[in-house]
Design a protein around this ligand. Sequence first.
Ligand SMILES: [Zn+2]
Ligand SMILES: [Zn+2]
Length: 82
Amino acid sequence: MNSKKLKCPFCERLYGYETNLRAHIRQRHQGIRVPCPYCTRTFTRNNTVRRHIAREHKLEQYNINSIKCEQHQMSQLQSHSQ
Ligand SMILES: [Zn+2]
Ligand SMILES: [Zn+2]
């Protein structure tokens, strides 16, 4: 009697066990997501994020640290080379 099936919230698939459903969601609907640091969107690939940032946020490179720490770059480089 206790054959309650779990439905995937993203598609119509049914699973008998939560672990199976979770594995399905991770594989089919989530994958390895890369979040954009400038907005809430996520992407499946690093390249897609870079292209999105270049287009939407008008930045040429996915290189936040150099932008943020432009003034500290010299001292950072020096400490890195130690
Ligand atoms: Zn699904
Ligand atoms: Zn973005």
